[in-house]
Design a protein around this ligand. Structure first.
Ligand code: GAR
Length: 194
């Protein structure tokens, strides 16, 4: 499979830790005719995951980062990002928290998708908490990454109806479908400011 790299595309890195459905949606968006981004690099904190398999299948440069030592891991990532002239970082199910220094080095260039309507339910177990609180809606948010967890400026968010019978798994599945559409739209919005 040949990778399509158009001229003048914004070189992007996608950070993952698992399944990679958002990576897939970003990649599919990136190879559209009018897209302004190219997925140049995938960084994964885990080796044997579906997201890595997907990236390799489509010949995207993929690096697995050993996170035993966070300082060393981030130093290696920064080196890779610089070497590949990365201009935009998309966190897509990346389950590591970036250090303040890392975030500072790429100010306003890192975005993340989170499975809740931020500022509600930062952190983990978002679906369990939305169900427990009997919320009428949950959803997902794409936001800039700053030094505080899930707290940067919101780019786009979308509501998803919550049913009384919902289990966390059912809700997660419905929200993920919406995430996969929202992320490319958010990228489009972000890069219009580049
Ligand atoms: C997505 O639901 C994403 O919002 C979530 O992990 C999942 C990754 O799915 N991210 C977080 O919880 C980050 N705090 P994917 O690997 O299929 O894209």
């Amino acid at each position: 499979m040949v990778k399509l790299v158009g001229k003048n595309k914004i070189l992007s890195a996608v950070f993952i830790s698992g399944r990679g459905s958002n990576l897939k949606s970003i990649y599919n968006y990136s190879i559209k005719k009018n897209s302004k981004i190219c997925v140049e690099l995938v960084i994964s904190s885990k080796s044997d995951v579906l997201g890595v398999k997907f990236a390799r299948k489509y010949n995207i440069k993929t690096k697995i980062i050993n996170y035993k030592n966070k300082v060393k891991a981030e130093a290696r990532i920064i080196k890779l990002l610089k070497k590949n002239n990365i201009q935009l970082i998309c966190l897509a199910g990346f389950m590591k928290v970036l250090s303040k220094n890392f975030v500072k080095s790429f100010k306003n260039k890192i975005i993340n998708i989170h499975p809740s309507l931020l500022p509600k339910y930062k952190g983990l177990n978002t679906h369990e908490r939305a169900i427990k609180n009997r919320d009428r809606f949950s959803g997902c948010t794409v936001h800039y990454v700053n030094q505080n967890l899930d707290s940067g400026k919101i780019i786009l968010k979308q509501k998803v109806k919550l049913y009384k019978s919902d289990t966390p798994e059912q809700l997660a599945k419905r929200i993920l479908k919406v995430e996969n559409k929202l992320y490319p739209r958010a990228i489009n919005k972000v890069i219009s400011n580049f």
